[in-house]
Design a protein around this ligand. Structure first.
Ligand code: Z5A
Ligand code: MG
Length: 219
C-alpha cells in the first residue's frame, strides 16, 4: 500500500466498516481477525477495533463461559437467548464505534449463534428471530475447510462443542442456510499468509468501491 492510497482511504472514511469472520471451530477465524486488524490499522492507517463474541467479560458472558467449559448445565434455548443477549448488550457500543469512524473486525456474531443452536435441532427461524434488528456486518468472511482437517489443528477438543459429528452439523447449517452470495467464502485450508492476502485484497477492493459510504444496515 503506497502512502497516497493510505491518506486517501483514511480521509474518505466517514464511518467505520464492520467486518465479520464466521465458520466452524478451528478454521482460523481468530488468526485472520488478528491479521486483518494489523492490515487495517497499520497498513491502511484506519482506526480499528477488534471484538469477539461471546464477550466472556460481561455477566451473560460469564454464564456462557462456564457453560462452554462444561461446568454449568443450561436449557438449549435459554443458552441461545444468553448468546443473543450477549450481542444485544453490545449493540450501542458497536454502533458508537462505527459512527465515530472506527472499523470493527469481529470474531463470530449472530450467524455463529444460529448455526450452533440450529445444529442442536432448535428451529432455525426461532434462532434467527432473536438476531433481527442487530447491526449487520458490511463484509462477512466465511472460512471454509473440511471438519477432519480442522480437528487436527491446535487445542481441538477442550470445549463442549469440539466434537467432529457436531462440527459437521454446524458446517451443514452454515453452508445450506446461512452463507449466501453476499458472503465471501474463503478456502481456509491454506497457509495463513495466503488466506490473509486474499482477505486483504477483498477488503481493499471493498473500501475502494465505497462500502463505507452505505448506511449501516440491520440484520
Ligand atoms: N458460540 C455459540 O454457540 N453461539 C454463539 O452465539 C457464539 C458462539 C457467538 C466459543 O467460541 C464457542 O461459542 C464456539 C461457538 C460457540 N464453540 N466452541 N467450542 P470461540 O470463538 O471463543 O472459540 P475459539 O476458542 O476462538 O476457537 P475457534 O473460534 O473455534 O478457533 P478459530 O478462531 O477459528 O481458529 P484459530 O484460533 O485462529 O486457530 C486454531 C489453530 O489453528 C491455532 O493453533 C492456529 O495457529 C492454527 N491455524 C490458524 N490458521 C491456520 C492455517 N491457515 N493453517 C494452519 N494452522 C492454522
Ligand atoms: Mg477463535
Amino acid at each position: 500500500m503506497d502512502s497516497e492510497h493510505k491518506t486517501t482511504e483514511t480521509t474518505e472514511m466517514k464511518r467505520g466498516i464492520f467486518i465479520l469472520f464466521e465458520g466452524a471451530d478451528r478454521v482460523g477465524k481468530s488468526t485472520q481477525v488478528q491479521s486483518l486488524f494489523g492490515h487495517l490499522s497499520t497498513t491502511l492507517g484506519l482506526p480499528t477495533k477488534q471484538l469477539r463474541f461471546p464477550d466472556r467479560t460481561t455477566q451473560t458472558g460469564t454464564i456462557i463461559n462456564s457453560y462452554l467449559q462444561n461446568s454449568t448445565q443450561l436449557d438449549d434455548r435459554a443458552l441461545h437467548l444468553l448468546f443473543s443477549a450477549n450481542r444485544w448488550e453490545s449493540k450501542d457500543t458497536l454502533l458508537k464505534h462505527l459512527n465515530e469512524g472506527n472499523s470493527l473486525v469481529v470474531d463470530r456474531y449472530s450467524y455463529s449463534g444460529v448455526a450452533y443452536s440450529a445444529a442442536k435441532g432448535i428451529d432455525f427461524d426461532w434462532c434467527f428471530g432473536c438476531e433481527k434488528g442487530l447491526p449487520a456486518p458490511d463484509l462477512i468472511f466465511y472460512l471454509k475447510m473440511d471438519t477432519e482437517d480442522a480437528t487436527k489443528r491446535g487445542d481441538y477438543g477442550n470445549e463442549r462443542y469440539e466434537k467432529v459429528d457436531f462440527q459437521k452439523k454446524i458446517k451443514e447449517v452454515y453452508e445450506s442456510k446461512l452463507v449466501n452470495s453476499s458472503w465471501n467464502v474463503i478456502n481456509a485450508n491454506r497457509p495463513i499468509e495466503e488466506v490473509s492476502k486474499e482477505i486483504n485484497e477483498i477488503v481493499d477492493r471493498s473500501i475502494k468501491n465505497g462500502i463505507q459510504n452505505k448506511p449501516i444496515q440491520c440484520i
